[in-house]
Design a protein around this ligand. Structure first.
Ligand code: PAF
Length: 290
């Protein structure tokens, strides 16, 4: 275990489960409000904003950094996933995070550990679920285990992965876990591009092209005052098809069930978009009806 004293604050870095558990025991009590920000590393301003939110409402903030193999359905994606531990630790120091845990595969998946499994129903059959079979089972498997190890009061997730937040909320309710799931607003750059570690792979031209996503979402928000969900979706599809991006899908969905909306609006209806700029898969979403 290493303790980094940043003048004002001590950041504890744990590289094994034993170190992590001893830090948790020594630095928290049963009264502590523990905030968890689970990540896969390659941290950027989007993660920083989750950590800031956690710092605002929790006494003790844990960040986990684990690239979870069970949520990747493509071995190349997994091996290409950036590992930037040094920079991550620097950022976490600057954010005065309390405990950082870099678990090993065996810490997360010891041979005697078995995830109870969960039937996610339609949440896993639409959008990312239908395109990435097994992805959300893998996300539930790792998040369930991280919840078990960290016992957080609150857990913070970015709304950029809107479907992931819906799945995690569903899992938390399903297992009646006493954890408050806090969805956090998508962080964007000054032009509206949703922050993602994948943005590093975009050329300057592609960065400009990628702004179409945010513009399309804003237009959808405006259109939602006068058009049906299906009409708003068709308009958005058209905009992206006419742009340099390659459209994968646009859906207008009920924010809880993720069912597609066609004729009637529901509160907090959401538009979810996925499109490619070159080889880079971009994902974005926005609430388009209050
Ligand atoms: O959003 C992510 O980075 C991952 O899916 C998560 C929640 C850390 C689980 O591996």
């Amino acid at each position: 275990m290493s303790l980094i004293n940043t003048n004002k604050h001590i950041v504890i870095i744990a590289h094994s489960l034993a170190e992590f558990q001893s830090a948790l025991k020594n630095y928290t009590t049963s009264e502590s409000i523990i905030g968890l920000v689970p990540t896969m590393g390659a941290l950027h301003e989007g993660h920083a904003s989750l950590i800031r939110s956690a710092k605002e409402s929790c006494d003790f903030v844990i960040v986990t950094v684990f690239v979870n193999p069970t949520q990747f359905n493509n071995a190349e994606d997994l091996s290409a996933y950036p590992k930037t531990e040094k920079q991550d630790v620097e950022l976490l120091k600057s954010l005065a995070c309390d405990l950082v845990f870099f678990p090993s595969y065996e810490d997360i998946y010891p041979s005697d550990y078995k995830f109870p499994g969960i039937n996610l129903g339609f949440l896993d059959q639409t959008m990312e679920g239908s395109l990435r079979p097994g992805h959300f089972q893998g996300v539930c498997q790792v998040v369930y285990r991280l919840f078990q190890l960290t016992k957080p009061t609150k857990a913070f997730f970015g709304l950029k992965d809107f479907q992931q937040v819906s799945v995690i909320q569903y899992m938390t309710n399903h297992f009646q876990l006493p954890i408050e799931i806090i969805p956090c607003k998508t962080s964007r750059n000054e032009n509206g591009l949703a922050l993602s570690s994948r943005n590093l792979r975009l050329s300057e031209t592609q960065k400009t092209e990628a702004l179409i996503l945010h513009k399309t979402l804003i237009q959808a928000y405006k259109n939602a005052f006068s058009l049906t969900p299906l009409e708003v979706k068709k308009n958005a599809e058209q905009t992206i098809l006419e742009s340099p991006l390659k459209l994968e899908y646009v859906e207008v969905v009920n924010p809880i069930t993720l069912e597609n909306l066609e004729d009637k609006w529901c509160s907090n209806a959401r538009m979810c978009i996925v499109a490619y700029a070159g080889e880079v898969r971009l994902i974005d979403n926005m609430e388009i009806r209050e």
